[in-house]
Write a protein of this length. Structure first.
Length: 459
């Protein structure tokens, strides 16, 4: 039987409770709760599935994703020119494949870049694109990670989003999320999924919630640029790469504390404080975390969760939604990552842009008594292109404190064009390139002093 929202405490059947509890628990295990899957280090279920898939098929993934990008360009070009009737009659295919000239150009250029990288084309003009440190990073390092994470996330996200866990937990912790971060309680699920699991997956969750009427424009913007941190497993990798494994607890503690403070400050300053309070155009407002008088918060949260679970899609509906999500990510997002990521890395690798614009930071690092101030300054701004670049810049530094500071800062800066930035720009979330640049700089200004203080305390 269906239930309706009421100020009186309703009774629930066992089936209704199980329909809410079982998928929600599985979703939380897959996206939020880290466990030692397979006897290894703590990670979330989707991360474990992605790593296992990569271990089995990792060598084939770069080539496969290159051909996905090329296929996207060819089919988009033909569809946009010919406009077949079966595509026009499908809203999903029409939105995916019949695009504006700018999107078409991005997909075609990205296909050329991907081909050049895969086949190591070194002709004049292409050698910088096919360099292992530029296009090679995107194809060989980013593509496999994004492809696997988004594949499993596309099919399993409904367990987290559609069966009431966000409504239940969001209602319980609304009293903390709203005053601190100016966002609804349900956004805590986005935050934890991003923080522990994957920043890009967190952006996808936020974008879907925004388009479905659960967040305002301002709330979606805040969540996407304040909570979508790089995953915990990747933090372990960076710490190992920078020879900081023995200091990992302090390293991740610095990331967490400074990011927490940034998430409190950023919603209160420009540009986030100027974002619209309106909901996504054309959707009904669905969020309601207010507790009626006379009801306990737990009872109300449980009712909200069960009501949501009753409205969940069927098994075939989940499969259909997953296929569409994966197709959209592979055909729309991957070309953007290929183009923006490669161009950003070429600029970082072959031009003095980042070292030039970072010169004013050298006196600041000297003032904060950070060794290798010039190297640290260059690594600070290069993070806007890709979060792995700062670690590469300072890996050779003999000073562990410098590696600690820059490694932690590369996480807290959050916005980088090869991945999270490109995904935000591709989404419906109202954050543009200028916003991303400003927020990147603001996050740097807010988190750097905190990390430096903690580093000096440790070292």
């Amino acid at each position: 039987m269906n239930i309706k929202e009421t100020t009186d405490k309703p009774s629930f059947s066992t089936n209704q409770i199980l329909k809410f509890a079982i998928p929600s628990l599985i979703g939380l295990l897959l996206f939020v709760i880290p466990l030692p899957w397979g006897g290894g280090s703590l990670t979330i279920g989707v991360g474990y599935l992605a790593s296992q898939f990569s271990a089995s098929f990792g060598k084939a993934l770069p080539g496969f994703m290159v051909y996905v990008v090329i296929t996207s360009a060819v089919i988009t070009l033909l569809s946009t020119i010919i406009k077949p009737k079966f595509i026009l009659n499908s809203k999903f295919l029409k939105d995916l494949l019949i695009v504006n000239p700018l999107t078409l150009a991005i997909r075609v250029i990205a296909a050329v870049f991907a081909y050049v990288v895969l086949y190591s084309v070194t002709a004049v003009g292409f050698d910088k694109i096919s360099d292992p440190n530029t296009g090679g990073v995107v194809v060989n390092d980013l593509f496999p990670v994004l492809a696997t994470w988004f594949f499993f996330s596309g099919f399993f996200l409904p367990l987290l989003m559609e069966f009431g866990s966000m409504d239940y937990l969001g209602t319980l912790i609304r009293r903390f999320m709203r005053p601190l971060f100016k966002v609804p309680g349900r956004s805590a699920i986005d935050a934890i999924a991003s923080w522990i699991g994957s920043g890009p997956v967190g952006v996808v969750i936020t974008d879907k919630q925004y388009q479905e009427g659960y967040y305002t424009s301002k709330e979606a913007a805040i969540i996407s640029v304040c909570f979508s941190l790089v995953s915990l497993p990747f933090a372990v990798f960076i710490a190992s790469f920078l020879e900081l494994s023995v200091s990992f607890i302090a390293f991740y503690g610095a990331i967490s504390i400074s990011s927490f403070i940034a998430a409190i400050v950023l919603p209160r300053i420009y540009p986030l404080n100027k974002k619209s309070e309106a909901y996504f155009e054309g959707v009904d407002v669905k969020i309601n975390e207010e507790v009626p008088s006379g009801r306990s918060i737990h009872d109300w949260a449980l009712e909200r969760g069960i009501i949501r679970a009753e409205q969940a899609p069927s098994f075939m509906g989940i499969i259909s939604s997953g296929l569409k999500t994966v197709a959209d990510v592979y055909f729309s997002l991957m070309p953007i990552v290929m183009l923006l990521g490669t161009v950003s890395l070429v600029v970082a690798e072959y031009t003095p842009l980042f070292s030039t614009i970072s010169k004013p930071l050298i006196p600041l690092f000297n003032l904060m008594k950070v060794p290798d101030a010039s190297l640290a300054a260059s690594a600070t701004l290069v993070g806007f292109a890709d979060m792995f670049l700062p670690a590469i810049f300072v890996k050779g530094s003999e000073f562990e404190i410098t590696r600690f500071i820059i490694g932690a800062l590369s996480f807290t800066q959050l916005i980088y064009l090869t991945e999270t930035g490109a995904i935000i720009l591709r989404s419906k979330i109202p954050v543009n390139f200028k916003d991303l640049l400003i927020i990147f700089l603001e996050r740097t200004v807010i988190t750097l002093p905190i990390i430096v203080i903690m580093a000096h305390f440790i070292y």
